[in-house]
Structures are given as C-alpha cells and as structure tokens.
Design a binder for this molecule. Sequence first.
Ligand code: NAD
Length: 494
Amino acid sequence: MNRISHWIDGSVVEGSSGRSGMVFNPATGEQAASVDFASVAEVDAAVAAAKAAFPEWRATGLGRRAEVMFHLRELIDANRKEIASLLTAEHGKVLSDALGEVARGLENVEFACGIAHLLKGGYSEQAASSVDVYSIRQPLGVVAGITPFNFPAMVPMWMFANALACGNTFVLKPSEKDPSASLLMAELLATAGLPGGCFNVVQGDKVAVDRLLEHPDVQAVSFVGSTPIARYIYETGTRNGKRVQALGGAKNHMLVLPDADLDMAADAAVSAGYGSAGERCMAISVVLAVDTIADELVAKIAERIPAVKVGPGNEPDNEMGPLITGEHRDKVAGYVEGASEEGATVVVDGRDGAPSEGFFLMPTLLDHVQPGSKAYDDEIFGPVLSVTRVGSYDEGLELINSNPYGNGTAIFTRDGGAARQFQWDVAVGMVGVNVPIPVPVSYYSFGGWKSSLFGDTHMYGPEGINFYTRGKVVTSRWPDPHTSRVDLGFPETR
Ligand code: NAD
C-alpha cells in the first residue's frame, strides 16, 4: 500500500504518530494509499524548519526570488500531466478538468514572478524640510495554508506562490483526502531552487490544524474549506493573534432573465452545475429562472444531461467523474430524496444509471425547488442542479441577497443595463455576466462576501500580496550634522 508522508526541511519525513487516514481511488471505491497524520511534535518540526529558513530567504534578493518562481513556472508547465494524473487518481475529477485546475493554479505562480514590481513602495521627497518619507512592505515570517479536497493543486498555489515570493516561509496542511499533489509541488519547489525549510507539508487532520492555529511562531493562516471550519479557523487564529483569511462554502445562483440566449444559458448551467461533479465552490447550484422562460429553460437543460459522459476521470472522453467519498455521494443522493419530499420535481434523477463501482452519482436536475427546503438552503456540493422559479429580476435578486453565502453568482441576459444594475445591486463577491464560473484571473483577487469569507483580505492577486506582507513607513532626515539642534516641539511639516 502506497504511503503518503510529510515534507519537512527539504525532504520526505515519514510520520511517527501512529495515526493515518485512507486515500481512495474514487473511480473504483478502493483504498489506494494511506496518509500519515501529523502529531503536534511533527507540526512543531515543520514550523521550526520554516522559522530557521526565514532569515536567509527573507534576505534573498527579489531577483533571485523571482528567478525561483520562473523556474517553478517552467517545472509545473512541464509536469502538467503528471500533476493532473495525481489529481484524477485521488480526487476523481476528469483529466481535462484536472489540467484546467493546474493551469489556473499556475497563473498564480506567473503572477508571483512579477514580485519585484508588486513589492514596490511609495516615496515622497521633501515631505518637510530635508525630510523624505517612503513605504516598504516586509514579509511576516512563517505562514500556514490549510486547504480543501476539491482543488488539491490550485488552492495551495493560490497561497504559497505569493507567500514565498514575498519572502515568507510556508507550512501547508493539505486535505487528507487527496494529499499527493502537495508532495509533488514540494519536490518541484526544491528543484526550482527554493532552499530547504522554506516550504513544508504536514499531512493530517484537526490535530495538525489546531497546532498551527496556536503555534506562537505561525504569523498568519490562509484557509479554504467549508463555512463551519472557516469560521472556527478565523475565530481561533485571530484569538491567538494571527492574521487570518478563511474562505468558506457557497450557494451560487445563476439568474436567467427572459431576454437571455436560452441555449447559451442551458449550456452554462450544465457546465457549471456538473463540472467536477459539482464539487466546486464556484459551481452553479441554483438556476433562478424567470417564470416566462422557466419551462423552456428546464427542458433545454434536461435535454443536454444525457449527453454528459460520466465515468472514471482517467478515460479521456469522460466529462464528469465520481464524488470524493462514498459517504459524500450518499449524502448528496439524500438531497434528491429529500427534495421530492419537500415538493420539488425530480426532472432527472442521478441515482439511476451510475457506474456500479466507485463513488458515482449521475447529473441530477430538480425543478420547483423552494427556498426553505434543504435542497435550496444547504451547500450540496455534488452534481445536483436546482431550478427555482421567480416572478421577476427583483425577486431573484432578493433571493440571492438574502442568502447567507455570497461567493459567486451570474446573470444571463442580453440587456447591458440589467447586467450593470445586477453588478451594482448584488451582495456577492464574484459576479459573472453571461459567465457562469467567474473565478477572477490571478491579477485580481478571489473572495466571497458574508459566510463565504471570514477576514478582510481576499485571496491571491494584489490582496494576497498585502496579506503576506506588513507595511512600514520610514520618515528620514539627512541634514548637515552642524544644523542639528534640540527641539521639543511636535514635528510639523510646514
Ligand atoms: P473542509 O472544511 O471539510 O476541510 C478543509 C480543511 O480543513 C482540510 O484541510 C481539513 O483537513 C480541515 N478540517 C476539516 N475539519 C476540521 C476541523 N474540525 N478542525 C480543523 N480542521 C479541519 O472542506 P472540504 O470538504 O475539504 O472542501 C469542501 C468545502 O470547501 C466546500 O464547502 C467548498 O465550498 C469549500 N471551498 C471553498 C472555496 C472558496 O474559495 N471559498 C474553494 C474551494 C472549496
């Protein structure tokens, strides 16, 4: 049985806690590996390695730090397929989707290649007589990343590329469900020239997370995962004096106005609802269809579903793979049962026709899903698309804005004025106009509103640079020494 361990101070370190978890191949349902779970002492060793590496890495010139990122960029590019295969093997997503994940993660490494430009401060000459003022941004020290199962390569790249380029050292605690990609990225970082100790991986569960949250040498924590855990991470980390950004779950609505191109809207709903088996925080979960076009739109979505090719992710033609575990598949299937009990119509029932082995559920379409029912209220995180019918734009907007989550949303319309009004009105962090999955490019920042993000800073892009650095302002005077005198007055600039 393949054993997946930690990466501490530049090499693989086998766990000695005696605790481990199972890693499955979701396409077969078989256990494929075991993953070591870190003890407190093992987390402490990783943090100690990161702390020891910090002074030298911080002092490494910007040109050299950028060079390491450029090398990493080339290595990830050259190893796209290998990384994607690992994602498919442990997560289950189809290869084309896994390659997309690597590409979107790589964007963040490319952004970090520009670190010299990103860390420029401001300078004001002669703010007062012979006084100049300038601002600089300095790294924090050891920072930690805690990541979810659904993007085992991209989400760590959201974090460590900018964190390292800014001069921090990093401890990653990946999801225990698909931990291998983190070790491959550690190897690539080492090959790219990152000194040992700058990037460490501790595999594990709550024990490792809690130790990172309380460790006095961890300065900041980036988290991506479900809302209850995000809230816990934010509250615990900030109580312990750390800087925290904690991104949580989602319930993303797509509002389809009567003037929309309904074929385009149906294509988008199917792509964004069932891509990655719905296990994306930016997946469309609810289609809000204005009454007059609802029947036609539901029919167009339903007619596309049989064409979605479902099967093992490593078979090239497949478009949708299995769910992450059997337990999760059963939970998602339970929503289909529950929805019909709560008055929804099951238009396409994904419990029928799934491959017999593995954690599969076929694409499911629910209509007439009512706010207040579990299928509407909960983040299902599976291939279940709900249609909720609304009388107007205002009614749809009200549903989106009263939802506790605010990660992503999309409007489908041909009316530019309506789209602009939506952008103005909607209480959601990432908005698509005829774009169903509006994940920002790496030179903007990613983050939701309300229960989808705890903390003030969105992830990656310019806000990521701010998160991983502290500002400092220097006020300096260079007078001739003989002009110096004692002056107890408060310094004025005029
Ligand atoms: P999760 O919250 O169960 O786990 C995330 C991380 O937290 C993992 O590393 C896990 O080991 C750790 N963890 C789990 N339980 C813990 C506990 N009790 N104490 C301390 N640590 C704990 O999330 P998941 O199931 O891996 O991922 C799916 C969730 O992530 C969904 O809710 C999805 O919407 C969300 N997500 C959000 C974004 C975003 O950007 N907002 C992106 C991806 C995923």
